[in-house]
Design a protein. Structure first.
Length: 79
């Protein structure tokens, strides 16, 4: 998988995670978040070659908003 395709896959996973986080208080039962953590962790394990040190740092620290901003090319506060 190319670096670009890998990053697109991670971006989609992060967007799905944040969509379910936003729905946590509005639906019953709330959507589970654990599957998202597992998907993101599996992505990170298989794509270390495609991961910049900064993105790796964000993922390791579960700073998913920063990771998403990094992938979108937006400024990341504190970095």
């Amino acid at each position: 998988m190319s670096s670009e395709a890998a990053h697109a896959e991670l971006k989609a996973a992060l967007e799905a995670f944040f969509a379910d986080v936003a729905r946590q208080k509005s639906v019953t039962p709330p959507p589970p978040l654990l599957p998202h953590f597992e998907i993101i962790d599996r992505w990170q394990a298989k794509n270390t070659a495609h991961t910049s040190p900064q993105l790796r740092h964000f993922l390791q620290n579960k700073s998913y908003q920063k990771a998403l901003h990094h992938l979108e090319g937006k400024p990341v506060e504190g970095h």
